[in-house]
Design a protein around this ligand. Sequence first.
Ligand code: ADP
Ligand code: MG
Length: 696
Amino acid sequence: MKRATAPAPRLRLETPVTYLKGVGPMRAEALKRMGVETAGDLLYHIPHRYEDASTVSAIASLETGMQGTIIGRVISKGILPTRKGLRVFQAVVKDDSGMIEVSWPGQPFLDRTVDKGDMLLVSGLVRFFHGRQLVPREFVNLGEDDAGTAKGRVLSVYPATEGLSVRVLRGIIEAHLDELLPFVTEYLPRDVLRQAAVVSIGDALRMVHRPSSLAEALEGRARLAFEELLFVQLLQLRAKALSRDVRHGIHFQNRRDLTTRLREVLPFALTGAQMRVLREIFVDMCSDRRMQRLLQGDVGSGKTVVALFAAMLALENGYQAAIMAPTELLAEQHFHSMSKLLAPLQIEPMLVTGSLKTRARREVASRLAEATPALVVGTHALVQEATEFSNLGLAVVDEQHRFGVEQRKALGAKGESPDVLLMTATPIPRSLALTLYGDLDLSLLDERPPGRQPITTALRPESARERVLQFVDREVGQGRQAYVVYPVIEESEKSDLKAATTMFDVLSNGAFKERRTALLHGRLPSDDKDEIMRRFRDGAIDVLVATTVIEVGIDVANATVMLIEHPERFGLSQLHQLRGRVGRGADASYCILLGSVSPDTRQRLDVFVGSEDGFEIARADLRLRGMGDLFGERQSGVPTFRVADPLRDELLNEQAREAADKLLAIDPELAMPEHAALRQVMGARYARSIELFRVG
Ligand code: ADP
Ligand code: MG
């Protein structure tokens, strides 16, 4: 390990990591990327999993069919191609008793991080494949000489990064743990700790970093998860309380004028769920409290028409209503469908998008400047300066998770406290929703309009490629349209883009030679994207080769096939959103996942193949992949959890909610001296704390 040259000053929690033994400028840089800048931050860099090295077997004793854990040295390694085109990383690992081949299918990149001479801890299934072979479920690279210390212990595995391996990180933390722990003082009130039955912070940190058993590691983790959930609950409850107190909303009257007429001209009857949700919304709008409501409903559950009724209530009270959508295309789609529905009511909605000509825009502006009732549909152009409302009464944000917090807020700020309705098709379980959106009220559309065709979903292996493509071509030959989707790979978007692009060439010159094809991806200018989607909607394109940009809200009834390549690359909820693009008309529809996948992936995908229930799928997704994947980078406003998982930690979450309720009941601003430490820790961790509690 490299040593810092300057003599280290006496260590404190605030000491920058550069002063720590074993941390030079490069490693400090890497640590910083992971949010670790001080010695104290290092303590809160928590292992994301553990390896139980307390039950290590001798390699010679492993038998085919058993699960085993071994520690051994890599004596040779390499990448093997297989007939199916999968690349396999293989290493031969040896201990005092013998050696075994370890095989990682589909992970050739491991060749860069696993070196000859490294000690590996590997656990997994022993199978027979030209001899005994170990297929790792988990493994840890212990480096060159860590075997002695690892044996008999529970090993902490830390989130690592480029230039800073798990091994080095573990070494740095291990070296300073005893020195740092005495500085940590408790910041949660004693009552809270007792009621939730979690350990003190000092104990917890010791337990997670250096557990004597897996059970102990979990106990430490529970405390850290609990405090995270508690903090978020405190912030949410406080935000909710503040918005209640401060903002008085508009007091609408249910005049049953436009809303009743809309109901009469609607070509279908509202579902029970739509009626229930509308009652919830109307109660909010007709109270003098400001509505801040999140409407969740699976793809196709009919959220748009709910928004339209709410808009009619605003209009019949003399107010203006705005509906904001994330893309021009979606805005146009809403505009067209609403124009049609509202024609008998002599209401003409307006459309505001970035590509609106100056003259048209001026016209809209002048209509909005008059204090007359009006319905505007648009993109984020709605929140730009040029769009001024004289009396905005209702702001609706469709597919709200596609917007940043600022944009969402900006629409609500366009009038004098208009009521706000946020809509989303990312279904999340209620307990999770309460944590993420604790400052909103929730409505749920949990029923689908009747008469939908079920969508046939299937997973097909690579060997069926030709047949699958022929099938798609036949569907197109009968006048239908198809989507072919490729993943956006986060780590290397470039190569992914090439995949979509190259496959577009392959398909448009091969399987779909006779068809009108187009390529759609996120790097295209948005004008081009919208233009392509428009042509697809109008039937001028048969096969659309795309990335996930088509995910949001698009309604093309004639599209009946969704073909998804590399399905293993997608989250289940994302697949569900993609599938929601078909099955919108009267014809039978298909969602085909194409690719040869590992047995684990297959199991995961089977949940999706076997269910059309977005909530069930989201639950499975959360269980399997955690929160990050469900929300992706755009959910910037949502507090993220480093330790807690509000879904898995449901009980802790409830306890946290109760504790937060109690705390704020006694001390709504956390202003009491005994809560100063708590306030300070929250202030340091969550920027939002500053605006909600007077932190200082
Ligand atoms: P989403 O919730 O995904 O936004 P939409 O609002 O786009 O769903 O509705 C999907 C389709 O279902 C639209 O064509 C809409 O007209 C139709 N729809 C909505 N409500 C009903 C209903 N109660 N009965 C029949 N069709 C409905
Ligand atoms: Mg929608």
